[in-house]
Design a protein around this ligand. Sequence first.
Ligand code: GDP
Ligand code: GDP
Length: 466
Amino acid sequence: MAKSYVAIVGRPNVGKSTLFNRIVGTRRAVVSDIPGTTRDRIIDEAEWNDRTFTVVDTGGIEILPDAVNEGRRPGPESPLLEDSAQFIPLIRAQAELAIEEADLILFLTDAITGLTGADREIAELLRRSNKPVLLVANKADNERREMEAVEFYELGLGDVHSISAIHGKGVADLLDEVVELLPQEPPEEEFDEEVPRIAILGRPNVGKSSLLNRLLGEERAIVSPVSGTTRDALDTVLTWEGQPLILIDTAGIRRRGKIEPGVEKYSVLRALKATERADVALLLLDAVEGNAAQDAHIAGIIAEQGVSVVALVNKWDAVSEEVRLDRAKREEQVRDDLKFMPYVPVLFISALTGMRVNRVIPTALEVMQARYQRIPNGPLNDMFQNAILKHSPPSKFGRKLRLYYATQAAVAPPTFVLFVNDPRLMHFSYHRYLENCIRAVYPFPGTPVRIVLRPYEKGGSSKQKK
Ligand code: GDP
Ligand code: GDP
């Protein structure tokens, strides 16, 4: 279900991460260790007055050097003054990202340091956007600072909400307003669970909108008329040779075609939002320019979110003769860059000429089938027993991992539960070995698989779960 996004924006050290933690509390992270982020948690769910929404700490999103005009970003190796001019492009980038993707923006300032040039810059950007903004003066720990915080009215963003994130003062009132300003809760998923949802992802200029147009222009594709709900306005519903499917957030791809280049450079959040709703991601890569760090960020998110994937090396029409003749070598490079998803199918396409574009949806549908494939318990247990016979499990402290029983507990992505004597005896290399054994028999193309270990309880209660 599409959720409302609340983004926290502000220059470094104003207390974004403190407020983020205060709002989401000690809840388990939805997503952790995402490539392209600099903090443990940058995104999590919150609940207030019976409304749930997603909070994003934009300060934790890594802005790649090439995304910042000046080509600089903060890091331990280059400590930057938090309000120095060279820092502004970075803060600007984070604010732009929030404006693009969020439903509501919390603009944090610091009541101790008072109004700064960077605050004015961000305020200017936010004023020009049409997004609802709540201006917050943090660190208003006492009455005197609360009084002084009136200077922020000068930013022209309406009321100043004085809070102390560290002590929790004023945060409840702030959240009351947040919930008040959020858009209406989106309607529940109104289409069939069975209909594949496909997202087109990739860095700017890689050819997303060209591919979208090509796909929609194919003879096999019939685009359904928009039914008028908000969701349908974002997505495109189509039938491909009779098979219904949904292309996610095509409005986002189109919109980006018209805005100045640069804004979409921070695709981390967009990828996160899309993968939340997608079954299969079409990951576009650029055949001419080769792979960039940004590709790995997006691929990492896809893998982390358990979404299935097809890699499309686009612009294959534009590579040199030499490269074209050695496609195997190029594929090897792509696979090396995407090491953490060895199961990914790779297609070499041209959205411009249409080369192999007709293979894209059929491949995504094959992947979709794998995503929902169920292995019966009989063959599954035979497969694991063979795997163990061939290569015995590790032992630790003189104890050996014993597998009692295996079952597929879920699809999308396929999840296997292994009941063992002691899950702590598992070693990651054996984990990988078992995954390889599964794939040797059931390849699950384009689809991550999960292996979960559970202690087997004597008396056999686990076995009944079958
Ligand atoms: P970020 O860089 O914007 O995410 O800022 P942090 O959340 O890391 O906070 C920067 C510093 O400000 C930390 O030392 C926090 O402890 C401190 N801080 C955060 N909120 C408050 C507050 O309400 N009052 C005071 N006095 N300090 C705070
Ligand atoms: P997006 O930013 O990812 O949506 O990328 P666009 O679809 O806007 O494409 C960016 C640029 O790459 C445009 O100039 C396209 O004409 C060009 N382009 C897209 N696909 C191909 C392709 O397959 N071959 C070549 N040669 N150019 C392409």
